[in-house]
Design a binder for this molecule. Structure first.
Ligand SMILES: Nc1ncnc2c1ncn2[C@@H]1O[C@H](COP(=O)(O)OP(=O)(O)OP(=O)(O)O)[C@@H](O)[C@H]1O
Ligand SMILES: [Mg+2]
Length: 220
């Protein structure tokens, strides 16, 4: 078992109003899984991905990664743990605008300290088909190319799981299909575990497993 989400609830407090974004969510993720998290806007998809990605803590319940309870980790330990085990692809890509493609992909290795394996960075960029674009900055790339840089950046650390929040939402359907095909290939070839959220039925058909979420609850 790679990840175990157990009875997780998340309540956002806004002034006096409480929003119950996740209600008793249970989910087990195994190595090699390729899971689509489906549900309408406001269902709780991003909230769940952020909790699994250790970017936010649950209000109730537990998250275990490799049997380790995340709640018991200190901030420093948690950020090292996250850098080592988890890749996150944000909906808005979150690339560094002043860094070029090579530098953006190198970044998560740089913050680890020590010497960066240049071959590894280049090889990862090659796997997403962007070797001809090393010196381009994000504003000199198309949406699909930016998304591929974000994927390479998530891959370069050899994470155990990649979480992607609507990886195709900002792309036209043809480019979106290509991105999903790339994820399918990475899953098949390198056994990378993926959990991604999507509104799109077309995209979810590639997944090995579909989890539906509605009003903060997993329906099946
Ligand atoms: N930081 C926050 N503070 C308060 N409420 C929040 C916060 N983030 C999310 N919510 C609320 O929690 C609920 C779930 O939001 P979430 O972003 O997880 O939905 P989603 O399924 O990702 O939606 P979308 O498909 O639109 O991205 C929504 O009602 C939202 O308004
Ligand atoms: Mg969302």
């Amino acid at each position: 078992m790679l990840i175990r989400v157990k009875d997780v609830s998340k309540i956002y407090k806004m002034d006096k109003v409480e929003i119950s974004a996740l209600k008793n969510v249970n989910l087990d993720i195994d190595k090699g899984d390729f899971i689509a998290l489906m549900g309408p806007s406001g269902a709780g998809k991003s909230t769940l991905l952020h909790i699994i990605g250790c970017l936010d803590l649950p209000t109730e319940g537990s998250l275990e990664i490799f049997g380790r309870e995340i709640r018991n980790m200190k901030d420093k330990e948690l950020s090292i743990f996250r850098n080592r085990h988890i890749g996150f692809i944000f909906q808005s890509f979150n690339l560094m605008p002043v860094l070029n493609v090579y530098e953006n992909v190198e970044y998560p290795l740089m913050i680890r300290g020590g010497k960066v394996d240049r071959e590894k960075v280049l090889h990862t960029i090659e796997s997403v088909g962007l070797l001809d674009y090393l010196k381009h900055r994000p504003d000199e790339l198309s949406g699909g190319q930016r998304q591929r840089v974000a994927i390479a950046r998530a891959l370069v650390t050899d994470p155990d799981i990649i979480l992607a929040d609507e990886p195709t939402a900002n792309l036209d359907s043809k480019t979106g299909d290509k991105i999903i095909s790339l994820l399918v290939e990475l899953n098949a070839k390198h056994k990378v575990t993926f959990l991604f959220s999507t509104h799109n039925e077309m995209v979810s058909k590639y997944a090995k497993r579909i989890i539906n979420i509605l009003d903060g609850e997993i329906t099946h």
